[in-house]
Design a protein around this ligand. Structure first.
Ligand SMILES: N[C@@H](CCC(=O)N[C@@H](CS)C(=O)NCC(=O)O)C(=O)O
Length: 231
């Protein structure tokens, strides 16, 4: 059976959504990153990058959420265009990698500098807030013109967007975070209403993850700060 290493953050949740959409049997293995479980040798043997999600499927070991989405969808032949359909495949790969290399990292850094970084942070917050908005605007433009990211068909790019769209108010802050992104909100609501998304969300409550950001959690989540203490 597939082993799915996860926590309740955006990148694991998009994989949970696809596993549920595909109806695949899997064992959910919680990795409590606030307790440092991502650095346990047994987990690093699965994902040397020490981050969730990761997946073991027989002989196949796959890490990085968007790689896992593509791996599972290709294997099932669902939620992705066929390899022979070059135009659709090119579009799918472009937007999937855009989420992987743009939406995820810039949203993550915007969260860090908005909610966690010490002062002074104006320069860094401005940079990541600007880039997060710039990336989300491209998704918004796409969804203003299309029901789903690739047109009329729901697929893994929508699932990748959904994982992060759930956090847009936290990423972007402000009083009315959805005002500039009605298309993203529409996609979020449509995907969240799917039974598979509701089952994926239940994973969060089936396991109790540590929620406090205390000194121990900060040490594991922001290990770079240990260098500053030694300086
Ligand atoms: N590029 C990776 C990023 C994975 C990632 O940053 N995961 C976060 C949760 S969303 C994590 O494991 N954080 C714990 C840590 O950084 O120690 C992916 O898309 O899977």
């Amino acid at each position: 059976m597939i082993q799915f290493y996860f926590n309740a953050a955006p990148n694991p949740m998009k994989v949970a959504l696809l596993l549920e959409e595909l109806g695949l049997p899997y064992q959910a293995v919680p990795v409590d990153t606030r307790k440092g479980e991502q650095f346990a040798p047994a987990f690093l043997a699965v994902n040397p990058n020490g981050k969730v999600p990761a997946l073991v499927d027989g002989d196949a070991v796959v890490f990085d959420s968007n790689a896992i989405l593509l791996y599972l969808a290709d294997k099932a032949g669902r939620f992705v265009p066929a390899i022979a359909d070059s135009a659709a495949r090119g579009s799918m790969l472009s937007w999937l990698m855009f989420v992987a290399s743009g939406i995820g990292p810039f949203s993550g850094q915007a969260v860090h500098f908005r909610h966690a970084a010490p002062q002074p942070k104006e320069y860094a917050l401005n940079r990541y807030d600007y880039e997060a908005h710039r990336h989300w605007k491209l998704i918004e433009d796409r969804l203003a013109a299309n029901r789903f990211m690739l047109g009329d068909e729901y697929g893994i790019v929508d699932m990748a967007v959904w994982g992060w769209a759930r956090l847009v108010p936290y990423v972007l802050g402000g009083e009315t975070p959805w005002a500039q992104y009605p298309g993203v909100k529409r996609l979020l609501d449509e995907v969240s209403a799917r039974p598979a998304a509701q089952r994926a969300e239940k994973l969060k409550t089936a396991h109790t993850f540590k929620t406090e950001t205390d000194d121990e959690a900060r040490r594991f989540m922001f290990p770079q700060n240990e260098r500053l203490k030694r300086a």
